[in-house]
Design a protein around this ligand. Structure first.
Ligand SMILES: Nc1ncnc2c1ncn2[C@@H]1O[C@H](COP(=O)(O)OP(=O)(O)OP(=O)(O)O)[C@@H](O)[C@H]1O
Ligand SMILES: [Mg+2]
Length: 226
């Protein structure tokens, strides 16, 4: 489903070039639930941004499904991203003046879906995760866990094959964190979504099929303290 081959990522800092990823290769199979763990600054979000087609300035190869990503135009990347990838973030990133239902429906605007159908699908998506009663609430009227559920519903609304979650439980207490993990595991199992989670929480990592460890811009197979 996802294959990175010898991916390098560099930034220019004045005259200098700083290399952040030093040849990362990894593979995630369709239907897998995988955690990426590693110290702060090791490159986890950088890897996620590349997988999520948010960052295409890297060297090496990236295959998403049967498509080779390198060399595609921005518009093609955006269109693949909108159709095939859902995003969940630590700080939810809900629009503050939009209701839960409007936030969930947002990706469908870019997909050109009519207003009526957007509303219907957003309510169905909220219903599916037991959140329909909060459809008209705005983010500040919801708990962190509820906001993250809305963000997860939004990530799924366009029916992507892949969901990328960068520290989805990072802002939540341990009980709420486990509820969000249970939801993520159900999406993986029942809806067959391929899911990658970046986490600092080994309890979260251990609930995934597999943990990929990152250290100083490299994949490492050693579990170390961090
Ligand atoms: N735009 C940028 N320019 C230069 N360096 C950057 C830029 N973005 C990130 N970096 C550097 O790249 C490295 C990896 O960052 P990244 O955000 O991928 O780490 P991370 O593993 O996600 O960390 P955290 O756990 O704190 O979120 C860091 O050293 C960071 O300072
Ligand atoms: Mg990060």
């Amino acid at each position: 489903m996802i294959k990175l081959v010898d991916v390098r990522k560099q930034y220019k800092a004045g005259e200098d070039i700083i290399e952040i990823l030093h040849g990362v290769s990894l593979e995630v199979k369709e239907g897998e639930l995988v955690a990426i763990m590693g110290p702060s600054g090791s490159g986890k979000s950088t890897i996620m941004n590349i997988i999520g087609l948010l960052d295409w300035k890297f060297s090496g190869d990236y295959y998403l499904g049967d498509k080779k990503i390198a060399g595609l135009y921005d518009a093609e990347l955006a269109s693949i991203r909108n159709r095939e990838i859902g995003f969940v973030f630590q700080s939810f990133f809900l629009l503050p003046n939009f209701t839960a239902a409007q936030n969930v429906a947002l990706p469908l605007i870019y997909a050109g879906v009519s207003a009526n159908e957007r509303k219907e699908r957003a309510l169905a998506a909220l219903n599916k995760i037991g959140m329909q009663h909060l459809a008209d609430r705005r983010p500040h009227e919801m708990s962190g866990g509820q906001q993250q559920r809305v963000a997860i519903a939004r990530s799924l609304i366009a029916d992507p094959k892949v969901v990328l979650a960068d520290e989805p439980t990072g802002a939540l207490d341990s009980k709420t964190s486990q509820e969000i993990m249970d939801l993520i595991k159900a999406l993986n199992k029942n809806d067959k979504k391929t899911i990658i989670i970046v986490t600092h929480d080994l309890k979260v990592g251990k609930q995934c099929d597999r943990i990929i460890f990152v250290k100083d811009g490299d994949i490492t197979d050693k579990l170390e303290e961090f």
